[in-house]
Design a protein around this ligand. Structure first.
Ligand code: BGP
Length: 483
Protein backbone atom coordinates (compact mmCIF):
# COMPACT_ATOMS: atom_id res chain seq x y z
CA UNK A 1 0.00 0.00 0.00
CA UNK A 2 1.61 3.28 -1.12
CA UNK A 3 -0.41 5.64 1.04
CA UNK A 4 -0.18 5.13 4.79
CA UNK A 5 -3.32 4.59 6.86
CA UNK A 6 -4.82 7.92 7.76
CA UNK A 7 -3.52 9.59 4.61
CA UNK A 8 -5.42 12.86 4.41
CA UNK A 9 -7.41 12.92 1.16
CA UNK A 10 -9.60 15.94 0.56
CA UNK A 11 -10.02 19.28 -1.11
CA UNK A 12 -8.95 22.91 -0.75
CA UNK A 13 -10.88 26.17 -0.92
CA UNK A 14 -10.35 29.78 0.14
CA UNK A 15 -12.84 32.03 1.92
CA UNK A 16 -12.66 34.87 -0.61
CA UNK A 17 -13.39 32.54 -3.52
CA UNK A 18 -16.43 30.73 -2.17
CA UNK A 19 -18.02 32.28 0.92
CA UNK A 20 -19.71 35.29 -0.72
CA UNK A 21 -21.74 37.35 1.82
CA UNK A 22 -18.94 39.90 1.59
CA UNK A 23 -20.82 42.49 3.62
CA UNK A 24 -22.75 40.27 6.02
CA UNK A 25 -22.09 39.24 9.59
CA UNK A 26 -20.07 42.38 10.31
CA UNK A 27 -17.42 41.54 7.71
CA UNK A 28 -15.23 44.40 6.46
CA UNK A 29 -13.88 45.01 2.94
CA UNK A 30 -11.04 42.77 1.86
CA UNK A 31 -8.75 43.16 -1.15
CA UNK A 32 -10.72 40.37 -2.85
CA UNK A 33 -14.00 42.28 -2.72
CA UNK A 34 -12.82 44.79 -5.29
CA UNK A 35 -11.43 42.20 -7.75
CA UNK A 36 -13.30 42.62 -11.01
CA UNK A 37 -14.21 40.12 -13.66
CA UNK A 38 -13.08 41.69 -16.93
CA UNK A 39 -14.81 39.91 -19.82
CA UNK A 40 -12.85 41.87 -22.43
CA UNK A 41 -9.41 40.98 -21.09
CA UNK A 42 -7.76 37.87 -22.50
CA UNK A 43 -8.12 35.27 -19.75
CA UNK A 44 -4.45 34.41 -20.16
CA UNK A 45 -3.34 37.97 -19.41
CA UNK A 46 -3.24 37.66 -15.64
CA UNK A 47 -1.41 40.97 -15.14
CA UNK A 48 -4.40 42.89 -16.47
CA UNK A 49 -6.71 40.81 -14.31
CA UNK A 50 -4.90 41.63 -11.09
CA UNK A 51 -3.93 45.23 -11.90
CA UNK A 52 -5.09 47.83 -9.38
CA UNK A 53 -5.03 51.60 -8.80
CA UNK A 54 -6.35 53.92 -6.11
CA UNK A 55 -9.04 55.19 -8.47
CA UNK A 56 -10.13 51.67 -9.35
CA UNK A 57 -10.41 50.80 -5.64
CA UNK A 58 -12.51 53.89 -4.90
CA UNK A 59 -14.74 53.20 -7.87
CA UNK A 60 -15.22 49.59 -6.80
CA UNK A 61 -16.10 50.57 -3.24
CA UNK A 62 -18.82 52.87 -4.51
CA UNK A 63 -20.23 50.29 -6.89
CA UNK A 64 -23.19 48.60 -5.28
CA UNK A 65 -23.90 46.45 -8.34
CA UNK A 66 -21.98 43.25 -7.64
CA UNK A 67 -22.25 41.77 -11.14
CA UNK A 68 -18.60 42.35 -12.03
CA UNK A 69 -17.24 41.55 -8.55
CA UNK A 70 -17.69 37.76 -8.40
CA UNK A 71 -15.67 37.30 -5.22
CA UNK A 72 -18.32 39.28 -3.36
CA UNK A 73 -20.82 36.53 -4.07
CA UNK A 74 -18.50 33.50 -4.29
CA UNK A 75 -20.77 30.47 -4.45
CA UNK A 76 -22.63 31.55 -1.32
CA UNK A 77 -20.91 28.94 0.83
CA UNK A 78 -21.59 31.29 3.76
CA UNK A 79 -25.24 30.29 3.64
CA UNK A 80 -24.87 26.84 2.05
CA UNK A 81 -21.94 25.41 3.94
CA UNK A 82 -23.92 22.56 5.49
CA UNK A 83 -25.08 21.31 2.12
CA UNK A 84 -21.60 21.64 0.64
CA UNK A 85 -19.88 19.93 3.56
CA UNK A 86 -22.36 17.07 3.27
CA UNK A 87 -21.28 16.61 -0.36
CA UNK A 88 -17.60 16.62 0.65
CA UNK A 89 -18.41 14.02 3.30
CA UNK A 90 -20.20 11.95 0.67
CA UNK A 91 -17.02 11.91 -1.43
CA UNK A 92 -15.29 10.65 1.70
CA UNK A 93 -13.11 13.64 2.58
CA UNK A 94 -10.76 13.12 5.48
CA UNK A 95 -9.60 16.72 5.36
CA UNK A 96 -10.82 20.06 4.04
CA UNK A 97 -8.52 23.00 3.57
CA UNK A 98 -10.33 26.26 4.29
CA UNK A 99 -9.16 29.77 5.04
CA UNK A 100 -10.39 32.24 7.61
CA UNK A 101 -11.25 35.66 6.20
CA UNK A 102 -9.31 38.15 8.32
CA UNK A 103 -12.07 40.75 7.74
CA UNK A 104 -14.79 38.53 9.22
CA UNK A 105 -12.91 38.61 12.51
CA UNK A 106 -11.29 42.06 12.28
CA UNK A 107 -13.25 44.12 9.72
CA UNK A 108 -10.57 46.76 9.18
CA UNK A 109 -7.66 44.83 10.64
CA UNK A 110 -7.12 47.47 13.33
CA UNK A 111 -9.74 46.46 15.91
CA UNK A 112 -8.46 45.18 19.22
CA UNK A 113 -11.36 42.80 19.79
CA UNK A 114 -12.73 40.34 17.22
CA UNK A 115 -16.18 40.52 15.68
CA UNK A 116 -18.33 37.94 17.49
CA UNK A 117 -20.45 37.09 14.46
CA UNK A 118 -17.34 36.17 12.50
CA UNK A 119 -16.14 33.88 15.28
CA UNK A 120 -19.59 32.34 15.42
CA UNK A 121 -19.61 31.58 11.69
CA UNK A 122 -16.27 29.75 11.74
CA UNK A 123 -17.08 27.96 14.97
CA UNK A 124 -20.29 26.61 13.43
CA UNK A 125 -18.44 25.63 10.27
CA UNK A 126 -15.75 23.79 12.23
CA UNK A 127 -18.32 22.07 14.43
CA UNK A 128 -20.13 20.85 11.34
CA UNK A 129 -16.86 19.51 9.92
CA UNK A 130 -16.16 17.73 13.18
CA UNK A 131 -19.61 16.16 13.10
CA UNK A 132 -18.87 14.83 9.60
CA UNK A 133 -15.42 13.57 10.56
CA UNK A 134 -13.59 16.00 8.27
CA UNK A 135 -10.35 17.36 9.68
CA UNK A 136 -9.75 21.06 9.01
CA UNK A 137 -6.52 22.38 7.55
CA UNK A 138 -6.74 26.13 7.97
CA UNK A 139 -4.89 28.84 6.02
CA UNK A 140 -4.45 32.06 7.95
CA UNK A 141 -3.90 34.27 4.93
CA UNK A 142 -5.24 33.47 1.49
CA UNK A 143 -5.52 36.64 -0.63
CA UNK A 144 -7.96 38.36 1.71
CA UNK A 145 -6.23 41.06 3.75
CA UNK A 146 -8.35 43.96 4.98
CA UNK A 147 -8.67 46.63 2.28
CA UNK A 148 -8.33 49.31 4.95
CA UNK A 149 -4.77 48.12 5.66
CA UNK A 150 -3.94 48.25 1.96
CA UNK A 151 -5.18 51.83 1.67
CA UNK A 152 -3.82 53.14 4.94
CA UNK A 153 -0.50 51.28 5.25
CA UNK A 154 0.22 50.05 1.72
CA UNK A 155 -0.45 46.58 3.06
CA UNK A 156 2.38 44.47 4.37
CA UNK A 157 4.95 47.12 3.45
CA UNK A 158 4.26 48.66 6.85
CA UNK A 159 5.75 46.91 9.84
CA UNK A 160 2.72 47.68 12.01
CA UNK A 161 0.74 45.10 10.05
CA UNK A 162 2.76 42.36 11.77
CA UNK A 163 1.05 43.14 15.09
CA UNK A 164 -2.39 43.31 13.54
CA UNK A 165 -1.94 40.00 11.75
CA UNK A 166 -0.52 38.17 14.74
CA UNK A 167 -3.45 39.46 16.82
CA UNK A 168 -5.75 37.88 14.25
CA UNK A 169 -3.71 34.65 14.39
CA UNK A 170 -3.85 34.58 18.20
CA UNK A 171 -7.63 34.93 18.06
CA UNK A 172 -7.83 32.07 15.57
CA UNK A 173 -5.65 29.80 17.72
CA UNK A 174 -7.56 30.61 20.91
CA UNK A 175 -11.03 30.41 19.42
CA UNK A 176 -10.58 27.50 17.01
CA UNK A 177 -7.65 25.54 18.45
CA UNK A 178 -10.05 23.05 19.93
CA UNK A 179 -11.00 21.99 16.40
CA UNK A 180 -7.93 22.78 14.34
CA UNK A 181 -4.55 21.13 14.71
CA UNK A 182 -3.24 21.74 11.18
CA UNK A 183 -2.50 25.29 10.03
CA UNK A 184 -0.88 27.07 7.09
CA UNK A 185 0.55 30.58 7.31
CA UNK A 186 0.56 32.44 3.96
CA UNK A 187 -0.97 30.94 0.87
CA UNK A 188 1.62 30.90 -1.94
CA UNK A 189 3.91 33.21 0.01
CA UNK A 190 6.06 33.69 -3.12
CA UNK A 191 3.11 35.17 -5.05
CA UNK A 192 3.60 38.62 -3.50
CA UNK A 193 6.14 39.25 -6.26
CA UNK A 194 3.66 38.29 -8.99
CA UNK A 195 0.51 39.94 -7.64
CA UNK A 196 1.49 42.27 -4.79
CA UNK A 197 -1.99 43.65 -4.18
CA UNK A 198 -3.86 40.35 -4.01
CA UNK A 199 -1.26 38.75 -1.76
CA UNK A 200 0.04 41.65 0.29
CA UNK A 201 -2.28 44.62 -0.19
CA UNK A 202 0.43 46.65 -1.99
CA UNK A 203 -0.81 49.49 -4.20
CA UNK A 204 1.68 50.49 -6.94
CA UNK A 205 1.01 54.26 -6.54
CA UNK A 206 2.03 54.05 -2.88
CA UNK A 207 5.39 52.41 -3.68
CA UNK A 208 7.25 55.52 -4.89
CA UNK A 209 8.13 53.81 -8.14
CA UNK A 210 9.89 50.99 -6.28
CA UNK A 211 7.31 48.25 -6.28
CA UNK A 212 9.74 45.35 -6.09
CA UNK A 213 11.60 46.91 -3.20
CA UNK A 214 8.28 47.28 -1.38
CA UNK A 215 7.47 43.65 -2.15
CA UNK A 216 10.63 42.37 -0.49
CA UNK A 217 10.02 44.64 2.51
CA UNK A 218 6.46 43.33 2.80
CA UNK A 219 7.69 39.77 2.40
CA UNK A 220 10.16 40.25 5.23
CA UNK A 221 7.31 41.38 7.46
CA UNK A 222 5.40 38.25 6.49
CA UNK A 223 8.40 36.08 7.39
CA UNK A 224 8.59 37.70 10.82
CA UNK A 225 4.81 37.43 11.32
CA UNK A 226 4.85 33.81 10.26
CA UNK A 227 7.60 32.98 12.76
CA UNK A 228 5.72 34.74 15.58
CA UNK A 229 2.50 32.96 14.62
CA UNK A 230 4.25 29.59 14.49
CA UNK A 231 5.54 29.93 18.04
CA UNK A 232 2.17 31.16 19.23
CA UNK A 233 0.38 28.28 17.56
CA UNK A 234 2.60 25.73 19.30
CA UNK A 235 2.14 27.42 22.67
CA UNK A 236 -1.63 27.86 22.46
CA UNK A 237 -2.58 24.57 20.78
CA UNK A 238 -0.74 21.52 22.08
CA UNK A 239 0.01 19.04 19.31
CA UNK A 240 -0.61 21.55 16.54
CA UNK A 241 1.44 21.75 13.36
CA UNK A 242 1.90 24.69 11.07
CA UNK A 243 3.24 24.66 7.52
CA UNK A 244 4.44 27.11 4.91
CA UNK A 245 2.78 27.15 1.50
CA UNK A 246 4.64 27.59 -1.75
CA UNK A 247 3.56 27.82 -5.39
CA UNK A 248 5.72 25.02 -6.76
CA UNK A 249 6.71 26.40 -10.14
CA UNK A 250 8.67 23.59 -11.73
CA UNK A 251 10.94 24.90 -14.48
CA UNK A 252 13.03 22.81 -16.89
CA UNK A 253 15.70 24.11 -19.24
CA UNK A 254 14.23 24.40 -22.74
CA UNK A 255 17.50 23.02 -24.17
CA UNK A 256 20.72 21.66 -22.72
CA UNK A 257 22.56 24.84 -23.76
CA UNK A 258 24.39 25.87 -20.57
CA UNK A 259 22.89 29.37 -20.78
CA UNK A 260 19.38 27.86 -20.67
CA UNK A 261 20.38 25.64 -17.75
CA UNK A 262 21.77 28.61 -15.86
CA UNK A 263 18.62 30.68 -16.45
CA UNK A 264 16.55 27.73 -15.27
CA UNK A 265 18.65 27.24 -12.17
CA UNK A 266 18.08 30.84 -11.24
CA UNK A 267 14.29 30.45 -11.63
CA UNK A 268 14.18 27.34 -9.46
CA UNK A 269 16.44 28.80 -6.77
CA UNK A 270 14.20 31.82 -6.68
CA UNK A 271 11.12 29.64 -6.34
CA UNK A 272 12.63 27.92 -3.28
CA UNK A 273 13.84 31.11 -1.60
CA UNK A 274 10.53 31.66 0.23
CA UNK A 275 10.21 28.22 1.76
CA UNK A 276 13.97 28.17 2.47
CA UNK A 277 13.50 31.09 4.85
CA UNK A 278 10.53 29.50 6.60
CA UNK A 279 12.05 26.02 6.86
CA UNK A 280 15.71 26.82 7.56
CA UNK A 281 14.96 30.00 9.50
CA UNK A 282 17.40 32.16 7.59
CA UNK A 283 17.77 34.10 4.36
CA UNK A 284 19.77 32.02 1.88
CA UNK A 285 23.19 33.51 1.18
CA UNK A 286 22.77 33.67 -2.59
CA UNK A 287 19.47 35.52 -2.36
CA UNK A 288 20.91 37.87 0.27
CA UNK A 289 23.74 38.82 -2.06
CA UNK A 290 21.32 39.29 -4.96
CA UNK A 291 18.92 41.47 -2.96
CA UNK A 292 21.76 43.60 -1.64
CA UNK A 293 23.13 44.13 -5.14
CA UNK A 294 19.72 45.23 -6.37
CA UNK A 295 19.10 47.46 -3.37
CA UNK A 296 16.09 45.35 -2.36
CA UNK A 297 17.42 43.84 0.85
CA UNK A 298 14.70 44.67 3.40
CA UNK A 299 15.07 46.92 6.40
CA UNK A 300 15.17 44.81 9.52
CA UNK A 301 14.82 45.50 13.19
CA UNK A 302 17.21 44.04 15.69
CA UNK A 303 16.04 40.59 16.63
CA UNK A 304 14.15 39.89 13.37
CA UNK A 305 16.59 37.24 12.23
CA UNK A 306 16.42 35.52 15.63
CA UNK A 307 12.62 35.51 15.48
CA UNK A 308 12.77 33.95 12.01
CA UNK A 309 15.28 31.37 13.25
CA UNK A 310 13.09 30.37 16.18
CA UNK A 311 9.79 30.16 14.34
CA UNK A 312 10.44 27.60 11.62
CA UNK A 313 7.56 25.58 10.21
CA UNK A 314 6.71 21.93 10.91
CA UNK A 315 5.89 20.87 7.37
CA UNK A 316 6.01 22.12 3.80
CA UNK A 317 2.88 22.45 1.74
CA UNK A 318 2.61 23.52 -1.85
CA UNK A 319 0.36 23.99 -4.84
CA UNK A 320 1.21 22.27 -8.08
CA UNK A 321 -0.69 22.76 -11.34
CA UNK A 322 1.74 22.89 -14.23
CA UNK A 323 5.35 23.17 -15.29
CA UNK A 324 7.18 25.30 -17.79
CA UNK A 325 10.57 25.63 -19.40
CA UNK A 326 13.07 28.48 -19.52
CA UNK A 327 15.20 29.70 -22.37
CA UNK A 328 17.46 32.67 -23.07
CA UNK A 329 16.14 32.81 -26.62
CA UNK A 330 14.03 35.99 -26.78
CA UNK A 331 11.92 34.46 -29.54
CA UNK A 332 11.02 31.31 -27.62
CA UNK A 333 7.25 30.85 -27.58
CA UNK A 334 5.81 31.64 -24.16
CA UNK A 335 2.71 30.15 -22.61
CA UNK A 336 0.78 31.03 -19.46
CA UNK A 337 0.82 29.09 -16.23
CA UNK A 338 -0.32 29.90 -12.71
CA UNK A 339 0.22 33.68 -12.81
CA UNK A 340 3.46 33.19 -14.75
CA UNK A 341 4.60 33.07 -18.34
CA UNK A 342 6.98 30.25 -19.20
CA UNK A 343 8.45 28.90 -22.38
CA UNK A 344 6.33 26.26 -24.07
CA UNK A 345 7.32 22.64 -23.60
CA UNK A 346 6.74 20.66 -26.83
CA UNK A 347 6.29 17.42 -24.88
CA UNK A 348 3.27 18.59 -22.90
CA UNK A 349 -0.41 19.25 -23.53
CA UNK A 350 -2.07 22.36 -22.14
CA UNK A 351 -5.37 23.12 -20.41
CA UNK A 352 -7.96 25.45 -21.95
CA UNK A 353 -6.16 28.26 -20.13
CA UNK A 354 -2.75 27.30 -21.53
CA UNK A 355 -1.38 25.72 -18.33
CA UNK A 356 0.92 22.83 -19.29
CA UNK A 357 -0.16 19.56 -17.75
CA UNK A 358 2.81 17.67 -16.30
CA UNK A 359 2.18 14.82 -13.84
CA UNK A 360 5.83 13.74 -13.80
CA UNK A 361 6.66 17.28 -12.73
CA UNK A 362 4.68 16.61 -9.56
CA UNK A 363 6.83 13.58 -8.80
CA UNK A 364 9.99 15.58 -9.45
CA UNK A 365 8.67 18.36 -7.20
CA UNK A 366 7.93 15.94 -4.37
CA UNK A 367 11.38 14.39 -4.55
CA UNK A 368 13.10 17.74 -4.84
CA UNK A 369 11.24 19.39 -1.95
CA UNK A 370 11.59 16.38 0.33
CA UNK A 371 15.28 16.02 -0.40
CA UNK A 372 15.84 19.75 0.18
CA UNK A 373 13.80 20.22 3.35
CA UNK A 374 13.55 16.74 4.91
CA UNK A 375 10.18 17.75 6.32
CA UNK A 376 6.81 16.09 5.73
CA UNK A 377 5.10 17.45 2.62
CA UNK A 378 1.45 18.22 1.97
CA UNK A 379 0.04 18.83 -1.52
CA UNK A 380 -2.59 21.45 -0.75
CA UNK A 381 -3.60 22.45 -4.27
CA UNK A 382 -3.63 20.57 -7.55
CA UNK A 383 -6.27 20.45 -10.26
CA UNK A 384 -7.34 21.60 -13.69
CA UNK A 385 -9.60 24.47 -14.69
CA UNK A 386 -11.88 23.37 -17.53
CA UNK A 387 -15.14 24.18 -19.27
CA UNK A 388 -17.84 21.68 -18.32
CA UNK A 389 -20.98 20.89 -20.26
CA UNK A 390 -24.21 19.78 -18.60
CA UNK A 391 -25.92 16.98 -20.55
CA UNK A 392 -29.64 16.99 -21.25
CA UNK A 393 -30.20 14.57 -18.38
CA UNK A 394 -28.27 16.85 -16.02
CA UNK A 395 -25.14 14.68 -15.96
CA UNK A 396 -21.66 16.15 -16.35
CA UNK A 397 -19.05 13.94 -17.97
CA UNK A 398 -15.56 15.23 -17.21
CA UNK A 399 -13.09 12.56 -18.35
CA UNK A 400 -10.41 15.25 -18.82
CA UNK A 401 -10.55 16.05 -15.10
CA UNK A 402 -10.38 12.39 -14.11
CA UNK A 403 -7.44 11.89 -16.49
CA UNK A 404 -5.63 14.86 -14.95
CA UNK A 405 -6.05 13.63 -11.38
CA UNK A 406 -5.34 10.01 -12.24
CA UNK A 407 -2.05 10.84 -13.92
CA UNK A 408 -1.00 13.02 -10.99
CA UNK A 409 -1.97 10.42 -8.40
CA UNK A 410 0.07 7.79 -10.23
CA UNK A 411 3.15 9.98 -9.94
CA UNK A 412 2.38 10.92 -6.36
CA UNK A 413 2.15 7.24 -5.51
CA UNK A 414 5.55 6.58 -7.08
CA UNK A 415 7.11 9.40 -5.06
CA UNK A 416 5.64 7.99 -1.86
CA UNK A 417 6.90 4.52 -2.75
CA UNK A 418 10.33 6.08 -3.24
CA UNK A 419 10.20 7.30 0.36
CA UNK A 420 8.75 10.80 0.21
CA UNK A 421 6.84 11.53 3.40
CA UNK A 422 3.47 12.88 2.31
CA UNK A 423 0.84 13.88 4.88
CA UNK A 424 -2.03 14.35 2.50
CA UNK A 425 -3.51 15.73 -0.66
CA UNK A 426 -6.20 18.36 -1.15
CA UNK A 427 -7.41 19.03 -4.68
CA UNK A 428 -8.12 22.54 -5.89
CA UNK A 429 -11.01 22.92 -5.74
CA UNK A 430 -13.54 20.21 -4.92
CA UNK A 431 -16.43 22.49 -5.85
CA UNK A 432 -16.57 25.11 -8.64
CA UNK A 433 -15.69 28.51 -7.23
CA UNK A 434 -14.39 31.91 -8.32
CA UNK A 435 -10.97 31.89 -9.99
CA UNK A 436 -8.28 33.75 -8.07
CA UNK A 437 -6.67 35.23 -11.18
CA UNK A 438 -9.55 35.94 -13.57
CA UNK A 439 -12.58 35.97 -11.22
CA UNK A 440 -14.37 33.58 -13.57
CA UNK A 441 -16.41 30.67 -12.31
CA UNK A 442 -16.52 29.11 -15.76
CA UNK A 443 -12.90 28.05 -15.22
CA UNK A 444 -14.28 25.08 -13.33
CA UNK A 445 -12.18 22.95 -11.01
CA UNK A 446 -14.77 21.04 -9.01
CA UNK A 447 -16.02 17.50 -8.61
CA UNK A 448 -19.22 19.37 -7.81
CA UNK A 449 -20.74 21.70 -10.38
CA UNK A 450 -22.35 24.98 -9.32
CA UNK A 451 -25.07 26.38 -11.55
CA UNK A 452 -23.76 29.92 -11.83
CA UNK A 453 -22.15 31.90 -14.64
CA UNK A 454 -19.45 34.55 -14.61
CA UNK A 455 -21.96 37.35 -14.09
CA UNK A 456 -23.73 35.58 -11.25
CA UNK A 457 -26.74 34.23 -13.16
CA UNK A 458 -27.97 30.76 -12.25
CA UNK A 459 -29.76 28.84 -9.54
CA UNK A 460 -26.63 27.96 -7.57
CA UNK A 461 -27.71 24.30 -7.68
CA UNK A 462 -24.97 21.77 -6.95
CA UNK A 463 -24.53 18.74 -9.25
CA UNK A 464 -22.19 15.77 -8.95
CA UNK A 465 -19.84 15.38 -11.93
CA UNK A 466 -18.45 11.98 -13.02
CA UNK A 467 -15.21 12.89 -11.25
CA UNK A 468 -17.16 13.07 -7.97
CA UNK A 469 -17.72 9.30 -8.03
CA UNK A 470 -14.23 8.62 -9.31
CA UNK A 471 -12.58 10.53 -6.43
CA UNK A 472 -14.96 8.86 -4.00
CA UNK A 473 -13.58 5.49 -5.07
CA UNK A 474 -9.98 6.69 -4.90
CA UNK A 475 -10.47 7.77 -1.30
CA UNK A 476 -12.39 4.61 -0.39
CA UNK A 477 -9.48 2.47 -1.58
CA UNK A 478 -6.87 4.88 -0.14
CA UNK A 479 -5.49 5.46 -3.62
CA UNK A 480 -5.15 1.77 -4.50
CA UNK A 481 -7.77 1.97 -7.25
CA UNK A 482 -7.34 4.83 -9.67
CA UNK A 483 -9.59 3.43 -12.43
C1 BGP B 1 -3.63 29.20 -6.65
C2 BGP B 1 -4.40 29.93 -5.59
C3 BGP B 1 -5.84 29.55 -5.50
C4 BGP B 1 -6.48 29.13 -6.79
C5 BGP B 1 -5.58 28.43 -7.78
C6 BGP B 1 -6.09 28.33 -9.21
O1 BGP B 1 -2.56 29.98 -7.05
O2 BGP B 1 -3.83 29.68 -4.32
O3 BGP B 1 -6.52 30.54 -4.78
O4 BGP B 1 -7.41 29.95 -7.27
O5 BGP B 1 -4.31 28.98 -7.84
O6 BGP B 1 -5.87 29.54 -9.89
P1 BGP B 1 -7.02 30.27 -10.67
O7 BGP B 1 -8.17 30.37 -9.72
O8 BGP B 1 -6.50 31.58 -11.05
O9 BGP B 1 -7.33 29.40 -11.82
Amino acid sequence: MAFKDGFLWGGAVAANQLEGAFNEGGKGWSVADIATYKPNVDVKDYKKHVSVSLDAIKEAMQDTDNTYYPKRRGIDFYHNYKEDLALFAEIGFKVLRISIAWTRLFPTGEELEPNKEGIEFYRNLLQEMKKLGIEPLVTLSHYEMPLELALKYNGWTDRRVIDMFTRFCKTCFEEFGEYVKLWLNFNEVDSIIRHPFTTGGLIPELCNGEELKCCYQALHHQFVASAIATKMCHEIIPGSQIGCMLTKLMTYPRTCAPADVLATQSKNLDNHFYSDVMVFGEYPRLKTVELKKLGYYPQMEEGDLEIIKEGTVDFVSFSYYMSMTESVDPNAERTPGNTVLGVRNPYLESSDWGWQVDPVGLRISLIELYDRYKKPLFIVENGIGAKDIIGEDGSIHDPYRIAYFKSHFEQMKKAVEDGVELMGYTSWAPIDLISASTSQITKRYGFIHVDQDDLGNGSGKRRRKDSFYWYQNVIKTNGANLD
